[in-house]
Write a protein that binds this ligand. Structure first.
Ligand code: SF4
Length: 60
């Protein structure tokens, strides 16, 4: 799933991953939607954003 990159921040998300294709300055994410994994995670460090794409790259 590669969500659309919007022209404005997704107001429901704060993200500091400034190396992501979807990152916007001010710690915003401009992906229309994101997916977070991992099922059955028991602490914060076991979760991550599966929508992440390295800046300047595309998976597709
Ligand atoms: S897609 Fe995920 S990692 Fe990338 S800016 Fe949005 S929330 Fe952050």
């Amino acid at each position: 799933m590669k969500p659309e990159k919007m022209g404005s921040p997704n107001q429901g998300i704060k993200c500091v991953v400034n190396t992501c294709h979807y990152y916007m300055s001010g710690d915003h994410c401009c992906a229309q939607q994101i997916e977070v994994q991992l099922k059955n995670a028991h602490d914060t460090q076991k979760t991550d954003c599966a929508t992440f794409i390295p800046e300047g790259q595309s998976k597709y």
